[in-house]
Design a protein around this ligand. Structure first.
Ligand code: FAD
Length: 481
């Protein structure tokens, strides 16, 4: 009987264990029906946001082309996967449905129900490890518990040894002779209607080919300078692989193997390549935490933070979203996010910190904006990132450490390259005022053609005042708890 291959967050052919298991190896002995189900209802508020839908459109287009070229066209169906998948299996007489495992709480529950529905009809849902190096249940401390802190988690991962070699892409696949009718991608209207995402394509090439090319490029050179350049948002020092990894256009195992091939002997803790691979392990750690603490996206992991006196304010939130806080490094980041659907990691930390500390806005509001605007929006990494900044995560920065957005800007963007790129109204200010335009004397402003308040706002809250309020709120929480 044929097999169903259900693509979800593993939109690739190479190193795809679900696809390999379905075809029965490279011989492509078994006929398969590849399918993607658009099921936003199951995900609820964690269905892909605007930027994610843009990415998904092009990634599905690319996957569809590759599958068709191999001989097994992709079937697109919109609806509740709980109904669609068992019905399709039934319609084509598939005894097995193959897919990569998902870790989001809503997806786990849905897979459970689908497995039961299939079993009731004598069929099987077969899940493989497709988007992580290790299953979250595989990594356990000596006492058998899941990890709550990154460093021992990473040590345990290192001790388990490198991942197995990636699987090659199949050359040929055998599709069904008469597959059921599917839908047209264009009818799903995944692309935003107005011009918002126009510049995304200048930075990104969604799809497996784009992912593979980016990895090859990164491994051929920049990975060597990663440790030195990753904190400078003005240069493209990091890999830019996050959306490709999120959508599974490339696997972490392929990333690992590429780094190993480029820097043999250096894939050990302490060696330069490890600085980069540590970030890939942060990704694994986020999923580990999400799996063991499924409340991560919704509520603080540290109980006492439930009593934090947030002060929700729509106007402040809006100023932050639109990159009009008056802090150039933050505004540059928020505008990069809006323009390119991505933000540099260092700037994510600074911008998120300003929102939850100086502005006292609930981290969930910032996470929701990121969810809608990031092409790499990822429930595990985003929720963990925000809880890290807010101080409420399992292994978080202490809340009382309040980033100074002026000094952070001067330290990490000393040449002003990043700010000048994304906040062009400040471009002509001399370096010494770039991260504190409100201190620029009148002649400097005039020369730069800048009128404060009109062209660029003064800080929505003064740094010392923001810091004081944040610490006061923390003290209130401690007293309340
Ligand atoms: P590199 O530096 O090249 O790292 C390689 C890969 O490791 C990344 O592609 C990513 O998959 C992973 N990685 C790196 N840093 C982290 C991290 N801190 N946590 C988990 N995985 C990491 N990352 C997302 O993928 N999706 C998100 O929605 C997301 N939201 C974030 C929100 C906040 C508030 C913060 C502080 C961080 C967030 N991150 C998120 C983590 C990080 O900022 C991005 O993964 C990184 O900037 C992506 O760029 P890169 O691919 O060039 O990373």
């Amino acid at each position: 009987p044929p097999a169903l291959v259900w693509f979800r967050q593993d939109l690739r052919l190479a190193d795809n264990p679900a696809l390999a298991a379905a075809t029965g190896g490279l011989a492509a002995a078994r006929r398969i029906l590849p399918v993607y189900v658009l099921d936003p209802d199951a995900a609820g508020r964690w269905a892909p946001g605007g930027a994610g839908r843009w990415w998904l459109h092009y990634s599905l287009e690319s996957l569809g082309r590759s599958l068709a070229a191999c001989g097994a066209p992709l079937l697109l169906v919109r609806g509740r996967a709980e109904i669609v998948i068992p019905a399709l299996a039934d319609a084509v007489g598939a005894a097995e449905v193959f897919a990569g495992r998902l870790y989001e709480p809503w997806a786990r529950e849905r897979d459970q129900r689908i497995a039961e529905a299939l079993e009731a009809a004598g069929r099987q849902l077969r899940l493989s490890t497709s988007s992580l190096l290790r299953e979250p249940t595989q990594v356990r401390s000596g006492s058998g518990k899941p990890y709550a802190v990154y460093t021992p988690f990473a040590k345990a991962m290192a001790a388990m040894g490198g991942p197995a070699a990636p699987l090659p892409a199949p050359e040929r696949l055998q599709g069904l002779e008469a597959p059921p009718p599917g839908e047209a991608l264009a009818d799903w209207a995944l692309l935003p209607r107005r011009g918002w995402a126009d510049a995304f394509a200048t930075v990104w090439t969604p799809g497996e080919a784009g992912a593979t090319a980016r990895l090859a490029e990164f491994a051929a050179g920049p990975v060597r300078q990663y440790a030195a350049r990753r904190n400078d948002p003005g240069v493209d020092g990091s890999s830019g692989l996050s959306p490709h990894l999120h959508w599974g256009e490339i696997s972490p195992r392929q990333v690992w193997a590429a780094v190993q091939a480029a820097m043999p002997g250096e894939v050990v803790p302490g060696a330069p390549a490890w600085t980069f691979l540590s970030e890939v392990l942060w990704r694994e750690f986020s999923y580990h935490v999400l799996w063991h603490r499924p409340g991560l996206p919704e509520a603080p992991l540290r109980q006492r933070y439930a009593a934090f006196p947030w002060a929700p304010d729509a106007a402040l939130l809006r100023a932050w979203e639109r990159g009009r806080t008056g802090y150039p490094i933050v505004d540059a980041g928020m505008r990069q996010l809006w323009r390119h659907g991505w933000m540099h990691n260092r700037v994510r930390m600074i911008a998120a910190s300003l929102l939850v500390k100086h502005l006292l806005q609930p981290w969930q509001h910032g996470a929701a904006w990121f969810w809608d605007t990031l092409v790499d929006a990822d429930l595990a990494a985003n929720s963990a990132g925000w809880q890290w900044v807010a101080g409420s995560g399992s292994d978080a920065a202490p809340y009382f450490r309040v980033f100074n957005p002026i000094l952070q800007g001067e330290k990490f963007d000393p040449s002003g390259r990043y700010v000048r790129r994304f906040v062009p109204e400040l471009a002509k200010l001399p370096d010494r005022y770039l991260h504190r335009p409100w201190e620029a004397p009148e002649p400097a402003l005039r020369e730069a053609g800048l009128i404060l308040d009109r062209d660029y706002p003064r800080p929505v809250v003064e740094h010392a005042e923001g810091r004081r309020r944040a610490l006061e709120a923390l003290a209130q929480m401690v007293t309340a708890a």
